[in-house]
Design a protein around this ligand. Sequence first.
Ligand SMILES: *[C@@H]1O[C@H](CO)[C@@H](O)[C@H](O)[C@H]1NC(C)=O
Ligand SMILES: *[C@@H]1O[C@H](CO)[C@@H](O)[C@H](O)[C@H]1NC(C)=O
Length: 259
Amino acid sequence: MSSSSVSKSLLSVYVLAMVAMQLPLMHSVLSLNETNAYLNHVCIKSEGTAKGSSYEGAVKRLVNFMTTQLSYGFVNGAGGDGPTNIYAKIQCRPDASESICRSCINTALSDLRRKCPNNKGRIIWYDNCLLDISSIFSLGEIDYRYIFYMYNAKDVSSNKIAFNKNTKELLCELKEKAINKKELPYRRDYLYAAGAENLGTTKLYAMVQCTKDLSAFNCSVCLDGIMEKLPKCCNGKQGGRVLSPSCGFRYELYPFVRT
Ligand SMILES: *[C@@H]1O[C@H](CO)[C@@H](O)[C@H](O)[C@H]1NC(C)=O
Ligand SMILES: *[C@@H]1O[C@H](CO)[C@@H](O)[C@H](O)[C@H]1NC(C)=O
């Protein structure tokens, strides 16, 4: 990566973090029953817009077809409307069933169409899924442009420095687990790990995940990059997440992964 792209990515990190932080702090009351919260979206202006309805129609056809192939929890696809190529990536959390994943993507598709009408590039994040549409082929590449974070409004009652350290340690352990899984035969939990750790009287729950088009090495690079945002993102907060189009992590003091 050149130094100019580094400073550019840092700039967007800052802006998007600010955007995310102005959102209502929805996670303090999030329970397992509401795990498909909308998290964030971006309309990628630099990719331009498509005129007329043919682009939207082509995106819909492509994504609808892709939702018939969700058993692996990750699908990439390519299509087009004539002048414009369309590349799409779908990723679901491995603990989301195929039907939860499909319904998440259907919501994502219509929501994204409303939020970014005619933008060729657009990405949306929910608890259970990620939908990434682009006119540029980027399979296997780490997307550093749109990192954002969210946190639970409540602080931990224990020592913040120790809590941050424990959080980072658990996330690092999970990263090692995630990148040491073998891909074949198409494991749903490839490049994913979730776990928990007792902290005195409380328990810390966490997960890490990369999109399955990344190599294990690039997954590690991506997770190292977003873990650097700790503790800045969520200093001593009871819950937090940092997400990008390529990887993400989350921790909470309550279980949030389906078993
Ligand atoms: C979640 O849903 C289950 C079953 O519908 C219900 O028993 C439980 O009380 C709900 N929990 C919360 C925190 O709303
Ligand atoms: C790793 O990521 C870089 C940067 O996004 C990309 O150029 C490269 O092709 C990826 N390497 C592999 C092995 O996928």
